[in-house]
Ligand binder design. Structure first.
Ligand SMILES: Nc1ncnc2c1ncn2[C@@H]1O[C@H](COP(=O)(O)OP(=O)(O)OP(=O)(O)O)[C@@H](O)[C@H]1O
Ligand SMILES: [Mg+2]
Length: 386
């Protein structure tokens, strides 16, 4: 138990069953030089707090709090008041005092595009984008929010042009996130694309380096799986497949007539091995998911002739399912047989190893490794506070 537990005052706020928080801050001044990231997920709300030390970032505190079903839909928060109250209770339970936080959004309603524009100053590009963005994103202009970034080192485009990554969505989706955070009493310094916050975590963990060859990033969530193929620090391809842990769990509940908690336990212990009990129920969902992932990778390779893909990184709660990496590896190799000239693809779940961890969080936090990478990446964006 953390020493800080001793400072814990009586509280009337109760978080849902299954919540896990590191500890409650006792000495508020110790929160200087820390920053906070928030990740609203359909299965759980995640909070990560990092401290900046001379060596770099250290995970100082965290929370993983289950969300009731139906609170999120395709990346939007359906009930910002309830979710905002849940965030408020979580932050209170952690004893956090930060007002400013980093956050992210994802899902099928976030649209990404790659375009080429004339090489101009950033200011001119920003002005040009007011006209360009509505041409590329099928969202009414007055309801659109977008952002963009020039992508360096892209080959095969005309001399006088530059490659630009554009990403946009409906204002009303972002508004649901803003409303929940406002309700909780915090303000976002940024709401980023989820695969970019995760990428920042992978870089901080030393798993990937910017400029490295393209790699796939798979986020196995509660309601969906996000497939991103990252290159030059941006997603070259980004797709959300509407199959997540919820579908595997529900298939088990229906076919074995067991409670959801038991189904979850089965999944966490047996995973997606070819188990006689589980395979008939989850098999169809699993093969559909494996097929979608493999086909997306194949699509990327067809679209980008000459490109190779050496690594697949798995994040999100589902990345911790036993045997998922082997199953996925076999499926992708099957689809790519004869297409990849290079070494066989390596599929790897990413956890928190490589990250400096507050010893007060151990050993519990290791259970949440791949779930916390989104919130961690948002906290990392905040940089070192003044
Ligand atoms: N240790 C574990 N082993 C296997 N599965 C786990 C583990 N921990 C959590 N999960 C499962 O992973 C699911 C997805 O977790 P995650 O927090 O990544 O989803 P989410 O971000 O809330 O969902 P979405 O991305 O769809 O909004 C959880 O709902 C849970 O069923
Ligand atoms: Mg998620």
């Amino acid at each position: 138990m953390s020493l800080l537990e001793r400072f814990r005052p009586a509280t009337h706020i109760s978080l849902p069953q299954g919540s896990s928080i590191g500890f409650r801050w006792g000495t508020l001044s110790r929160q200087r030089r820390t920053s906070v990231g928030i990740d609203f997920g359909a299965g759980a709300l995640k909070v990560a707090q990092i401290r900046w030390t001379r060596q770099g970032a250290r995970l100082e505190n965290y929370a993983v709090v289950p969300m009731d079903p139906g609170r999120m839909e395709e990346g939007a928060i359906k009930d910002p008041i309830t979710v905002g109250e849940l965030l408020k209770a979580t932050l209170a339970e952690m004893g956090l005092t930060q007002m400013m936080v980093g956050s992210s959004v994802g899902g099928p309603n976030i649209l990404v595009r790659h375009i080429n524009l004339p090489k101009v100053s950033e200011q001119d590009m920003r002005a040009a984008m007011k006209f360009e963005a509505p041409q590329h994103l099928p969202i009414p202009e007055d309801q659109m929010v977008y952002d963009f970034t020039p992508v360096p080192d892209v080959t095969g485009i005309p001399e006088h042009q530059t490659a630009v990554f554009l990403c946009g969505t409906h204002k009303k989706l972002i508004d649901t996130h803003l409303a929940a955070m406002t309700r909780a009493g915090v303000r976002p310094t940024a709401i980023e694309l989820d695969c970019l916050t995760t990428l920042r975590s992978l870089e901080a963990l030393g798993v990937v380096q910017t400029g490295q060859a393209p790699f796939a990033l798979l986020d196995f969530g509660e309601l969906g799986t996000r497939i991103s193929i990252m290159r030059h620090g941006v997603p070259m391809l980004s797709r959300t497949v509407p199959t997540g842990l919820h579908h595997l769990r529900t298939a088990l509940v229906d076919s074995l007539q067991i409670p959801a908690v038991e189904a979850e336990q089965h999944l966490r212990t047996k995973g997606v091995a070819d188990d006689v009990d589980l395979a008939p129920a989850i098999g169809p969902w699993l093969s559909q998911l494996m097929e979608s992932i493999s086909r997306s990778i194949e699509f990327f390779l067809i679209q980008n002739r000459g490109a190779t893909l050496g690594r697949v990184y798995m994040v999100g709660g589902g990345a911790m399912l036993p045997h998922l990496a082997e199953t996925l590896s076999a499926s992708i190799q099957g689809v790519l047989a004869g297409r990849q000239e290079v070494e066989p693809l390596r599929v790897q779940p990413v956890g928190l190893s490589g990250l400096d961890l507050n010893p007060d969080l151990l050993p519990k936090v290791t259970e949440y490794g791949s779930i916390l990478l989104g919130a961690l990446g948002s906290a990392l964006r905040e940089g070192m506070p003044e």
